[in-house]
Design a protein around this ligand. Structure first.
Ligand code: ADP
Ligand code: ZN
Length: 290
């Protein structure tokens, strides 16, 4: 059986077809323009491939409440033309197959739970640090939705003393995303994050924010593992810095086997940047079996 996977992002749409064992047969990308321009190409692609179901991991915020009249739509995005667009209804109408739907980050976590480093766990977090900061949460073996879905980037982290930057979040003047996303690094230091690899001051500050955030998630959600993905986390020197500072923040208060082994607790994504598309594939497989 062939399933469709769509990783719907604010800049690009990644489409793939694959089987129930997580083998991706083909992957294509389309730029994210307006829904009218972009979606017909995507639906044509999946139609041509005769997919049995489609899974969508989507940028947000999105409406994930199955009983809601607007279930399946993108809600308050500033992205031109997408606010209120019901991507699930459009896909069902165009393809006539079951459609699975979740946030992009829950999708990435599902990919890691199914075929990656969160396999066999019951509680884990996937955090992406890129253009924005967002996170997916698995609690008791299930992806957490709650009233909407977690928004792990938008809690008040507090600006660190001596930080020359200011929040880039239009909603909050001291949230984690506002102070530690890729664009906030660029705004603070005048160069994009990938061009600052050698500037130790940048990664000292960045790792302090990330460690504080991970400690906050650890005490509130009690994960067995935290997986870090997204463009900024390609700076591998962040990992040892984050683990060291995380340990200082927790300060011995929580004693578990997981926290005794931070190299296996705070880890990079394990699926070579395919975690998002593989998660979308699993959303499709699950939708077909519902
Ligand atoms: P998106 O979040 O838009 O899906 P990414 O996860 O690639 O895409 O995040 C893009 C952000 O990550 C940009 O702010 C960019 O500067 C930053 N970034 C991309 N690659 C690197 C890198 N190798 N090192 C540090 N930052 C990077
Ligand atoms: Zn914010």
């Amino acid at each position: 059986m062939i399933y469709g996977a769509l990783e719907a992002g604010g800049t690009k749409m990644v489409c793939a077809i694959g089987d129930e064992n997580g083998n991706i047969k083909e992957q294509v990308k389309f730029p994210t323009l307006t829904p009218e321009e972009t979606m017909p190409q995507i639906f044509d692609y999946f139609k041509k491939n005769n997919v049995a179901a489609l899974g969508i991991g989507c940028f947000g915020p999105i409406d994930l409440i199955k009983e809601s009249p607007t279930y399946g739509s993108i809600t308050s995005t500033p992205k031109q033309g997408w606010s209120g667009y019901n991507i699930v209804n459009a896909a069902k109408e165009a393809l006539g197959v079951p459609v699975g739907f979740d946030t992009d980050v829950n999708g990435s976590l599902l990919g890691e739970m199914t075929w990656g480093c969160a396999k066999g766990l019951t509680d884990a977090i996937y955090l992406t640090i890129g253009t924005g900061i967002g996170g997916g949460v698995m609690s008791n073996g299930k992806l957490l939705h709650g009233m909407l879905h977690p928004e792990l980037g938008h809690f008040p982290i507090g600006i660190l003393p001596g930080d020359p930057g200011k929040s880039v979040c239009p909603y909050h003047d001291d949230c984690f995303e506002g102070l530690a996303s890729g664009p906030s690094i660029k705004a603070r230091w005048g160069k994009s994050a990938d061009q600052l690899a050698d500037n130790t001051e940048v990664w000292e500050l960045e790792s302090t924010y990330i460690a504080k955030a991970l400690a906050t998630y650890t005490v509130t959600l009690s994960p067995q593992k935290i997986i870090l993905g997204g463009g900024v986390m390609h700076q591998e020197q962040l990992f040892p810095l984050i683990r060291k500072k995380f340990k200082e923040v927790i300060n011995g208060y929580i004693k578990t086997k997981e926290l005794e082994d931070l190299d296996n607790f705070i880890v990079p994504a394990s699926l070579h940047d395919d975690q998002g598309i593989l998660g979308a594939l699993k959303l499709g497989i699950d939708a077909a079996n519902e």
